[in-house]
Design a protein around this ligand. Structure first.
Ligand SMILES: Cc1ncc(COP(=O)(O)O)c(C=O)c1O
Length: 502
């Protein structure tokens, strides 16, 4: 019982207790807490350590734990007048709306169907911990790592990519998001257009905008990006960069059709443009064949490839890679060095251990099976609970379903209502660089505990939709689309700290 979530819950209870105490009051002893909350000593120790780190309590070895002086009584508290920052922070460099969860942290008991990572029960936690422990025993583990990454790890990444990719074409990064951010900054200057699939991953849009780029949407269909429209978009905008996810696209789950793969590369090459291939979902196939990455068939350095281990392993195995050839790699290496020199060596060593272990392939196979089963369970539940929604094809890989909502339903209103019903899903409008052509939802099936939670989540979502009050948004309520309300959709307050997993 003494896992992370239990210590988080205990810390919440103790925080509430401390708020009722006066500074200097003694908290119950560890033994009393163990008995009262029915938890283990490690859980108590973790919860107390968390509160001490926040400054809410002070621990005195041998005497106990005491309520600290109230935070608001101390310097740097929330009473600090920071209004001057509004004047100083003129232009918005980072689009916080695309980064933070607009609805804030979900209350306890919420079913998580907006997550972008797999549930802990699907993570190879035993293998990860063993790998980290083995890595930690190496005498050189705390040394510097080479700027491009450990040679052995780069070799493994090069082998996974295939084609003629060599270890020196690989640059190890701190996950996929960091790789995207490096690539956007290295490839195009502020003010430049970047073509993006529409819809696409919101934090790629955020990273592109943070680099000063202007995302220009190019529509997808069931076979992925449309090369005919791509050629027009390059011609019209003069863009020198396309960001795309050819395999199990987030959010639609589409796979770029075989005949289009060559066309996309040819169109980009003819336009003198790079293709930033985000291959984040390579290991999230549901058991079928996964196509080769675009870079494996790239003959002239058009493709800059991004991969990451966070999705198939765990969110905190923040190891990914950029793969590219030619001067663009020099630029990206330079950006990496400017950012933070190199990725922390113990994690690189651990990633190498994990990827080299025979259990890794076994883990990937069982993950694929679990994802396929969850996908089927959720699709059936959504079809039953929201019969008027349209499922944009059954994905063969990835972590989510993408559904088109019945006409007249506002996705942000429904997302907010669903949250009140105890299920978190993602509003589709966040995935479009410009106006969404229709209202969609992205519903994840990988972050929930089990199949029961999936069906219960779909049921709560269906209830939220049925109960929508027409005044909550255009055509909300059961008379879907029959009457357009003039009331503006209720937009939830921007929250500052909660990251949106997507
Ligand atoms: C399409 C896509 N690319 C990249 C990432 C980045 O993932 P990470 O930084 O955890 O590797 C995500 C995460 O949600 C994603 O959905």
């Amino acid at each position: 019982m003494n896992d992370g979530s239990t210590s988080v819950e205990l810390a919440d209870s103790l925080r509430a207790l401390v708020s009722r105490l006066s500074p200097g009051d003694r908290l119950p002893s560890s033994r009393e807490l163990i008995k009262k909350y029915r938890v283990g000593p490690a859980t108590v120790a973790r919860a107390i350590a968390a509160l001490a780190a926040e400054g809410a309590v002070v621990t005195r070895p041998g005497s106990g734990t005491f309520a600290a002086q109230r935070l608001r009584d101390t310097v740097g508290s929330s009473d600090t007048d920071t209004d001057w920052q509004t004047v100083a922070l003129t232009d918005r460099a980072v689009d916080t709306h695309l980064i933070a969860d607009p609805l804030g942290p979900p209350p306890a008991g919420t079913i998580t169907m907006d997550g972008g990572y797999v549930h802990r029960s699907l993570q190879p936690t035993g293998a990860l911990s063993a790998a980290l422990a083995r890595a930690a025993r190496r005498p050189d583990v705390w040394d510097r790592a080479p700027a491009g990454g450990l040679t052995a790890l780069r070799t493994v990444f090069a082998r996974i990519v295939g084609g003629s990719v060599a270890p020196q074409d690989v640059l190890v990064t701190a996950g996929g998001q960091s790789a995207l951010s490096i690539a956007f900054r290295a490839i195009a200057g502020p003010g430049s257009p970047v073509l993006v699939e529409s819809p696409t991953y919101p934090r790629a849009l955020a990273a592109a905008r943070a680099a000063g780029l202007r995302p220009v949407p190019v529509p997808l269909d069931a076979d992925g990006l449309r090369p005919d429209l791509l050629a027009d978009a390059f011609a019209m905008t003069g863009a020198r960069l396309l960001y795309c996810q050819p395999t199990f696209q987030n959010p639609t789950g589409t796979v770029l059709a075989p005949e289009r793969r060559r066309q996309v590369l040819d169109v980009a090459r003819a336009s003198g443009a790079f293709v930033l291939e985000d291959d984040f979902a390579r290991h999230l196939g549901h058991g079928g064949t996964v196509p080769r990455p675009l870079i494996a068939d790239d003959r002239d350095g058009t493709v800059v490839h991004v991969t990451s281990l966070t999705k198939p392993a765990a969110p905190s195995l923040r190891i990914g890679a950029l793969v590219a050839r030619g001067p663009v790699m020099e630029r990206m290496r330079a950006v990496r060095l400017v950012d933070d020199f190199f990725v922390t060596r113990p994690l690189q060593e651990a990633a190498l251990e994990v990827l080299s272990s025979p259990t890794w392939e076994r883990h990937l196979r069982s993950l694929g099976t679990a994802l396929r089963e969850r996908c089927a369970v959720l699709a059936a539940a959504v079809t039953q609970e929201i019969p008027d929604a349209t499922l944009a094809g059954m994905p063969t890989g990835g972590l989510q379903l993408w559904i088109r909502l019945p006409p007249g339903v506002d996705d942000t209103v429904l997302t907010s209502a669903a949250r009140q019903r105890g299920v978190a899903v993602s509003a589709g409008s966040r995935y479009f660089a410009t106006e969404p052509p229709a209202a969609h939802l992205r519903i994840g099936f990988a972050a929930t505990a089990d199949h029961t939670e999936l069906t219960e989540g779909a049921r709560r979502l269906g209830t939220a939709l049925t109960d929508l009050d027409p005044k909550d948004g255009p055509g909300g309520g059961t008379g879907l689309g029959s009457q357009k309300s003039t009331a503006p959709p209720r937009r939830a307050r921007q929250h500052e700290t909660t990251l949106h997993d997507q």
